[in-house]
Design a protein around this ligand. Structure first.
Ligand SMILES: NC(=O)c1ccc[n+]([C@@H]2O[C@H](COP(=O)([O-])OP(=O)(O)OC[C@H]3O[C@@H](n4cnc5c(N)ncnc54)[C@H](OP(=O)(O)O)[C@@H]3O)[C@@H](O)[C@H]2O)c1
Length: 170
């Protein structure tokens, strides 16, 4: 599995979950975040400032794009014959390709809103409780700093997640 944006909020969780389910994981990130992605369990990392994942000739069963960096058309050559693009930050063309996917064989796109099933949330909670799934927290803000928190998130440079503390009265 190739995870584009492996150092972000979704990516840091995805690397850990993919490893937990037995995948061999390659994470794509920039130079400063390579160590973080390896520390989460990635088997290999690609520094996107030095190499594009489509240039290595390697192919993957799943490519998960958490940043909208690729598209089905562009990453098709890097997908195995029955490979899937998990377009987490996909645009309209990938959404349409996902609708069409059940009618096609071979490579497919998975896009659109995820099911929010209670059993999945319970499984994630269990993995967090047992320390298998480790949240990566970049910065913490007070509730009064909400605007700064949003501004930082919008830089698209955060590592893992940003926490906003909500005070409790009484
Ligand atoms: N986080 C959530 O809870 C959540 C929930 C629902 C939906 N979503 C959606 O899921 C998508 C991802 O959200 P996110 O919170 O994971 O994003 P994010 O944390 O803001 O993504 C930032 C990370 O992406 C990396 N990145 C930026 N450009 C990249 C590129 N070209 N190639 C590889 N890595 C790159 C950055 O690493 P570098 O600084 O090294 O470039 C940074 O660590 C968004 O569309 C968001 O709306 C997120």
């Amino acid at each position: 599995m190739l995870i584009i944006g492996a150092s972000g909020g979704v990516g840091t969780a995805l690397v850990q979950l993919a490893k937990q389910f037995g995948a061999e994981v390659t994470g794509v990130t920039s130079t400063t975040n390579l160590d973080l992605v390896v520390s989460l369990g990635a088997d290999r990392v690609i520094d996107y400032t030095k190499e594009h994942f489509t240039n290595s000739g390697k192919t993957y069963d799943i490519i998960a794009d958490t940043v909208g960096e690729t598209s089905f058309i562009r990453c098709k050559p890097a997908l195995k014959p029955k490979g899937r693009l998990l377009a987490i930050a996909g645009g309209l063309p990938d959404m349409l390709a996902a609708l069409w996917a059940p009618m096609t064989r071979g490579r497919r796109v998975i896009a659109g809103p995820a099911d929010e099933r209670p059993e999945d949330v319970r499984q994630l909670a269990e993995l967090a409780k047992t320390g298998v799934l480790r949240p990566v927290i970049d910065r913490r803000y007070d509730f009064t700093q909400m605007a700064e928190a949003h501004a930082y998130v919008e830089t698209r440079r955060k590592k893992g997640s940003v926490v906003v503390n909500v005070g409790h009265e009484g």
